[in-house]
Write a protein that binds this ligand. Structure first.
Ligand code: BGC
Length: 435
């Protein structure tokens, strides 16, 4: 094996999830209310999700059996602080047990403090438009950090910059005929304007209270756990400029990426989350290049996008990068496996060119609740039966696990390895099959 095929020593390999997408029953948050509005922006409610509230330790056992060594999951503010200023000790103890379950398996826990959902009370107080948002988020991070220990990495806010482009898309969505009814039902269910949910926050609020919340959260976590590496995660797609669109593309980068990258320069790492590429026309319209394969999300199938965004972030910040999400949605698991390999190969190229990359986390460990799209899209390395909650390992999970075990791309998962992992027994005694 050539030395250059090896990833840096200590490179972290894992998978990610988010509380609302897997735990189930997250009923005290803003999005749960919107999921139940009629009509709704959401295709279906999250319901029991993947029941990870009860199955956390089993899921970590599966992740570890694959060969992965890190699990990024989120703790839920709406559960930890169900009413403003009242913190739930049993919920904090639950999350400590989750962290312990990782450490007991030799899996590095990477804790995200906020992943899209807000406590309902905070959405009603304005979401990010509330001038006290950053202070309240900082207080939550402080209380949670005092209660929790033994997590070497933390992400404050997931994809802090995503409202900068998703807000516009959602507003367009609500210009359709059913838009006014969706807005009215959503606002009635939420008891607040829709702009109060995180992903609809207006740009000024994100730049002010959002960035402020990250900084306060980071300082709170680090003041209690000085050795914990803390960062914010950002949503970055490769943006390809059509001829003549270079200046518009640069302006887009300057508005949607750069203020967040600049704010994160003093952090321990920047969480890079890339899925695809968009093409930008000279009039600023973003589209998916025609004639190219697409994933189940309707995004261009473009594993090379990860290397492109990695280069952009490294050149601008020279801050360590952690790929905290990257993945492929669809039923063709062989294509998912190939996508992951290609994305990771591109990332290795950037490491060889000098980028400091700490690790790679696939989205997602499990097929889970994909927000507006409900349970349709399949991102998981492990399938989840919606009726029985039975977990079934997909070959792509074995492929990534093999890369992780070898810390190199030169090894490949072979059919004999599928045999080795054919059936794992989880702690509840249920069989975990291979897809
Ligand atoms: C989010 C995840 C989401 C994934 C795929 C990211 O924007 O952090 O929660 O499931 O993309 O859409």
């Amino acid at each position: 094996m050539s030395a250059s095929a090896k990833f840096p020593e200590g490179f972290v390999w894992g998978a990610a999830t988010a509380a609302h997408q897997v735990e189930g029953g997250n009923s005290n948050c803003d999005l749960w209310a919107l999921e139940h509005a009629k009509p709704s922006l959401f295709r279906e409610p999250s319901g029991d999700a993947a029941d990870q509230w009860r199955r956390f330790a089993d899921d970590v056992a599966v992740l570890s059996a694959l060969g992965l060594n890190a699990y990024r999951f989120s703790i839920e503010w709406a559960r930890i602080e169900p009413e403003e200023g009242r913190f739930s000790q049993p919920v904090l103890e639950h999350y400590q047990r989750c962290i312990d379950a990782c450490n007991e398996r030799g899996v590095t826990p990477i804790v995200t403090f906020h992943h899209f959902t807000l406590p309902l009370w905070q959405a009603r107080q304005g979401g990010l438009l509330d001038k006290r948002f950053s202070e309240k988020f900082g207080r939550y991070c402080e209380v949670a950090s005092k209660a929790l220990r033994d997590f070497p990495f933390a992400c404050t806010i997931n994809e802090l910059n995503i409202p900068m482009y998703v807000r516009e898309l959602l507003h367009k969505r609500m210009e359709r005929d059913d838009g006014p009814a969706i807005r009215a039902a959503g606002e009635a269910a939420l008891g607040a304007p829709l702009d109060n949910i995180f992903i609809l926050a207006p740009p000024d609020a994100v730049l002010d209270q959002g960035i402020g919340a990250h900084l306060r959260g980071r300082d709170a976590i680090k003041s209690i756990h000085p050795n914990c590496k803390v960062g914010v995660t950002l949503s970055l797609q490769e943006v390809e400029a059509e001829p003549g669109a270079e200046a518009v593309r640069d302006a887009y980068h300057a508005a949607v990426y750069d203020p967040f990258l600049d704010a994160a320069k003093g952090d321990d790492f920047i969480g890079l989350q890339t899925y695809s590429r968009v093409t930008m026309s000279p009039d600023g319209k973003k589209s998916v290049q025609s004639g190219r394969p697409q994933t189940q999300m309707g995004w261009e199938d473009r594993p090379e996008a990860l290397a492109a965004t990695c280069r952009y972030v490294w050149e601008r910040t020279k801050t360590p990068i952690f790929v905290t999400e990257n993945g492929w949605a669809g039923h063709d698991d062989a294509r998912r496996a190939a996508f992951l390999r290609e994305a990771v190969a591109g990332l290795k190229g950037e490491i060889d060119r000098g980028a400091n990359v700490l690790g790679y986390l696939a989205w997602s460990l499990l097929d889970n609740y994909e927000w507006f799209s409900g349970y349709g899209p399949r991102f998981g390395l492990v399938a989840v039966d919606r009726q029985t909650q039975r977990r079934t390992i997909k070959p792509s999970g074995l492929v990534l696990g093999e890369i992780a075990r070898n810390n190199s791309l030169l090894a490949d998962a072979s059919p004999s390895e599928e045999g080795k992992f054919g059936y794992l027994s989880n702690q509840a005694g249920a069989a975990v099959g291979i897809g």
